[in-house]
Design a protein around this ligand. Structure first.
Ligand SMILES: *[C@@H]1O[C@H](CO)[C@@H](O)[C@H](O)[C@H]1NC(C)=O
Ligand SMILES: *[C@@H]1O[C@H](CO)[C@@H](O)[C@H](O)[C@H]1NC(C)=O
Ligand SMILES: *[C@@H]1O[C@H](CO)[C@@H](O)[C@H](O)[C@H]1NC(C)=O
Length: 366
């Protein structure tokens, strides 16, 4: 491949300009990693409960401003949105997950805020300064390794109603940071038996990180499916563990097309709630997802693709790292913060509350 590059100008083709791999020239892969501000916190879900106002539980949403109670699936979302809260201005997609709440001993709830990621990876100073929101990753195993999602594509990971372990720590996991320098952040997510759990940590942490890894194999035909899952699959060797670059593992015959490894990374500032006098006397843990889930097994993530044109494909083949890529535009922190949508439900979600928003059937102990 590289030997052919000098021939391209002679053929009238622009030579692809490759980025620089921090892992050395032999790793010609891409790992986009970029922060996204909060777009809105709202009790709507255009994927699972389209049109419901409100939907059963609260979500935190990042990305483009075409997010709404329902979103047309056969339409290019990038043509509907005008701005994004994410670092890359070409990314008008939407990503959303559950919120986390703390329950004090008197039974009142308070939302746990997120903190931005710690590392200004490869010169990126946006990801470390976002307000709310979370970090998004797209990984390829090399040039030509993955096919970018098509306009209208969407998918879901996890099951908001799950309350027991299905051994799916490789899909959604939690990690307990033990100190204010993000102690424990140095290992690949969802991989390490010592630090990663499928359930909420169950002990006092300085912060809790949640990673959500989407499937990396696609049936090549359907942009969505009734359960928003069956058009995609994990590799036959099981969910990718993110231990190395790439989309890892062989795709099943039914889902032969390798798609980028999409991963969400949320960090909650649980240090604000570490007063032992407010923790349950029975030594159980006091955090619940906005679904009312105190186990964490119901963690889930939703994705509606909305990159402009072929920008995601170019980035996946362009050998890019972090929040700056030579074939994409990185917008300023202020531009990202200016993008928002109003809450459709308009309910109060912060402050001390008697019940979780929507009052989902809650506090079922482990
Ligand atoms: C984007 O801009 C167009 C043209 O100004 C406008 O019609 C449309 O409503 C805007 N979309 C959003 C989501 O704000
Ligand atoms: C419950 O406890 C929290 C934390 O001490 C306190 O801020 C809140 O006001 C209390 N709520 C009620 C209803 O007393
Ligand atoms: C994660 O995936 C690997 C590879 O499939 C598997 O060996 C391991 O058991 C999985 N771990 C969990 C916790 O699911």
């Amino acid at each position: 491949m590289l030997l052919l590059l000098p021939l391209l100008p002679a053929l009238g083709l622009a030579a692809p300009q490759l980025g620089t791999s921090p892992w050395g020239p032999e790793v010609a892969a891409t790992m986009l990693r970029f922060g996204c501000h909060q777009l809105v916190i709202d009790r709507i879900d255009p994927l699972v409960n389209p049109g419901s106002l409100p939907s059963p539980h609260l979500h935190q949403i990042v990305g483009g401003n075409a997010f709404d109670t329902s979103m047309p699936y056969n339409v290019d979302i990038s043509s509907l949105a005008n701005c994004t809260t994410c670092s890359y201005s070409e990314d008008l997609s939407n990503y959303w997950t559950a919120n986390l709440y703390f329950r004090a001993r008197n039974g009142s709830y308070k939302r746990v805020p997120q903190i931005p990621n710690r590392l200004p990876l490869f010169g990126d100073d946006i990801t470390t300064k976002t307000e709310g929101g979370f970090v998004v990753y797209y990984v390829s195993g090399g040039i030509g390794d993955v096919t970018a999602f098509k306009p209208g594509f969407r998918m879901l990971v996890g099951d908001a109603g799950r309350r027991e372990s299905l051994g799916l720590r490789n899909q959604t996991c939690f990690r307990c940071y033990t100190g204010p320098d993000f102690e424990g952040d140095n290992l690949a997510p969802c991989y390490d038996d010592a630090v990663d759990t499928e359930e909420l940590p169950g002990k006092m942490c300085w912060g809790i990180r949640s990673n959500i890894l989407f499937p990396t194999c696609w049936d090549g035909k359907n942009l969505d499916s009734p359960d928003h899952k069956s058009h995609v699959a994990y590799p036959v060797t099981g969910p990718h563990t993110f231990t190395a670059l790439g989309t890892g593992g062989q795709c099943p015959e039914s889902h032969p097309v390798r798609i980028p490894q999409l991963m969400l990374e949320i960090i909650w500032d649980t240090s604000l709630f570490n007063d032992p006098d407010e923790w349950p006397e029975d030594a159980s843990q006091p955090f619940a997802l906005s679904t009312g889930d105190t186990t964490g097994y119901g963690q889930h993530g939703d994705y509606v693709f909305g990159w402009k044109g072929d920008s995601l494909q170019r980035a996946m083949d362009g050998v890019c790292f972090g929040a700056k890529c030579h074939v994409l535009h990185t917008q300023s922190l202020e531009e990202g913060k200016r993008c928002s949508v109003p809450s459709r439900v308009g309910e109060e979600v912060d402050g001390w509350r008697d019940v979780l928003p929507g009052n989902p059937d809650v506090w079922k102990k482990k």
